[in-house]
Design a protein around this ligand. Structure first.
Ligand SMILES: Cc1cc2nc3c(=O)[nH]c(=O)nc-3n(C[C@H](O)[C@H](O)[C@H](O)COP(=O)(O)O)c2cc1C
Length: 177
């Protein structure tokens, strides 16, 4: 039985929800999983885990600095077991942007992170204008306008393909075995 660590950075909660879904699927398939917010944990007992999936949402074309701090601090622990990085963003609502080579945010992570993940996944996130500040909403609307996405102030659209999230969970377990 594999034990998988699902660690994440989430600003608004959607990457957290995806991480929980990954763990639930792993457990439903008979393995073990633990979900950890990288900013809400003091110590990870790395030895318990056979593999790790680290997820982070894209914010203004990059990632929160704590994501890079975490990967720098735990570079060895991440690299010394099967691992995967999943990147959550709304440009990935377009299927071609879920191909790693076509997703500039994933490429940016690979460029900036000292930990170079052996396995990567791009997951479409959620547009949620009502929960964002006017400034954030305005900025995302501009991105959406440039990429033919939704720009209505009340728009709440979950672009995540949850079946694909389940498949990814199974893929991570396969990495561990
Ligand atoms: C402040 C802010 C900036 C964002 N910047 C981008 C961006 O540059 N490109 C993109 O595709 N998505 C961007 N997004 C969309 C998020 O990646 C998406 O909403 C994701 O689901 C957020 O996950 P979270 O709820 O875990 O924070 C941004 C969202 C916010 C709130």
């Amino acid at each position: 039985m594999a034990n998988i660590l699902v660690a994440y950075y989430s600003r608004g909660g959607h990457t957290a929800k995806i991480s929980q879904a990954i763990a639930q699927q792993i457990i439903a398939q008979g393995d073990q999983a633990e979900v950890v917010n990288i900013n809400d944990t003091n110590e990870i007992q790395w030895d318990k885990f056979d593999a790790v999936a680290l997820g982070a949402c894209v914010l203004y074309g990059s990632y929160h600095k704590s994501v890079f701090e975490f990967t720098r601090q735990h570079q060895h622990e991440l690299a010394s077991r099967p691992h995967s990085f999943f990147c959550v963003n709304v440009v990935a609502r377009k299927p071609e942007k879920r191909i790693p080579e076509n997703n500039k945010y994933l490429q940016k992570f690979l460029e900036l992170s000292e930990w170079k993940p052996q396995d990567v996944k791009i997951i479409a996130g959620k547009v949620d204008y009502p929960s964002w500040t006017w400034y954030d909403s305005l900025a995302i609307k501009l991105i959406m306008k440039m990429t033919d996405g939704p720009t209505g102030s009340k728009d709440v659209i979950d672009y995540t393909d949850w079946d694909d999230v389940n498949q990814y969970a199974e893929h991570v377990v396969h990495l561990a075995k």
